[in-house]
Design a binder for this molecule. Structure first.
Ligand code: ADP
Length: 375
């Protein structure tokens, strides 16, 4: 089945065309809304041109959409119809930047190819198994009932994909352990018997780890303090989402630059690595408890897969759990899932590359396959 995977942003559209593990085409249309690409329909025409050139006389069988927020309703990928599209739209207040873009992408496909099966794959869905003690914030119930304020968690498609990959590598039926997805956004998830039981991102993707430009955990009173000092809502949003994290600490959000600067003796860069690795190590300790004893710690995404020095910094703080990296294995560059700890380590430390497009394509093919009567 040939699947077009779409990740719609407000001004960009990222796509990949896959047939199983084969990537047939991929690309990115940017600056939607400007003269050359006035809207998502125009972006889709461009994608159609590029995809048709790559596919020749073969055609797309289905479209899979990455949707950031599935709220409390969506715990699995679903076949999209008008009602589902409206349900995603009703979640716009919870993801004001992302969900409207996804809805725009879905409607552009519906207009262009009315009979095309479309599937929504939600970033939050994997975390629908969180127990209430993990998703509840300690605030009055009214905030949950009135506004849906609770922990949702994100990066679920990646965490689920990596949990399956880790189980496979370990020869286990299901995965129990801790997964650190460390990209520009970063989150860590506690997985027990293949189910998410806690995760560091919360009501929004701002909570938890130190990220490229996001602060992660912070005392909420700091916001009240800054409001009293004259900061506006927009100032706080920009401060915490765009100017904090590695960028706030070290001046750049790119872990490669941070590592190089630290190696060259830059104290701010070293401090950024110390703060970020300490924060993650604390979460790993907590989630080791949450899963009832991890069977593995897994690193994934850009930093998790490539930044050996950062992995060393994290695992170096986990001596109390008995973890020990094999520095030769840790330093090897590879795109394969692999073990990077010593035999003596209390449980293995793994690198398992993530592939969200593959996961979305796989889910899309499964949903569409199940919805079509056998021939
Ligand atoms: P996104 O969340 O945008 O998908 P990625 O998963 O691609 O992000 O991760 C981006 C991060 O990975 C950046 O901080 C980048 O510097 C880091 N990264 C990629 N390759 C390396 C490397 N070889 N060494 C250190 N960091 C790396």
């Amino acid at each position: 089945m040939i699947i077009l995977v779409i990740n719609s942003g407000s001004s960009s559209l990222k796509y990949q065309v896959r047939d199983g593990d084969d990537v047939l085409a991929e690309g990115l249309v940017e600056r939607i809304g400007e003269a050359e690409v006035p809207d998502h329909a125009a972006a889709l025409d461009r994608v159609d041109g590029e995809v048709s050139a790559a596919l020749g006389d073969r055609g797309i069988d289905a479209v899979g959409h990455r949707v950031v927020h599935g709220g409390e309703r969506f715990s699995e990928p679903v076949l999209i119809d008008n009602e589902i599209t409206r349900a995603i739209e009703r979640l716009n207040p919870l993801a004001p930047l992302h969900n409207p873009a996804a809805v725009t992408g879905i409607r552009a496909i519906t207009d262009k190819w009315p009979d095309m099966p479309q599937v929504a794959v939600f970033d939050t869905a994997f975390h629908r198994t969180l127990p209430e003690h993990a998703w509840r914030y300690a605030v009055p119930d009214e905030l949950y009932r009135k506004f849906g304020i609770r922990r949702y968690g994100f990066h679920g498609t990646s965490h689920a994909f990596v949990a399956r990959g880790a189980a496979e590598l370990l020869g286990a039926d299901t995965f129990t352990g801790v997964i650190a997805h460390l990209g520009n956004g970063a989150s860590v998830t506690a997985v027990r018997d293949g189910e998410s039981v806690d995760t560091s991102m919360g009501f929004t993707p701002l909570e938890g780890l130190v990220m490229g430009t996001r602060s992660g955990d912070i005392d909420p009173s700091i916001l009240l303090f800054l409001l009293r000092e004259g900061y506006t809502e927009q100032d706080l949003d920009t401060l915490l989402n765009r100017n904090s994290g590695l960028k706030g600490l070290a001046g750049t959000n790119d872990m490669r630059s941070v590592t190089e600067a630290a190696d060259a003796g830059d104290h701010r860069a070293q401090r950024a690595i110390d703060v970020a690795s300490y924060r993650l190590a604390k979460y790993v300790g907590g989630y080791h408890v949450a899963v009832g004893g991890a069977q593995a710690l897994v690193f994934t995404a850009g930093i998790g897969e490539n930044a050996a020095a950062f992995r060393t910094a994290v695992v170096g703080k986990l001596g109390a759990l008995g973890l020990e990296l094999d520095e030769a294995r840790n330093g090897e560059r590879s795109r394969e899932a692999r073990i990077i700890s010593t035999e003596a380590s209390a449980f293995p430390v793994l690198v398992v590359p993530t592939d969200e497009e593959a996961a979305i394509a796989e889910a899309t093919a499964a949903v569409v396959g199940a919805s079509q009567p056998a021939a």
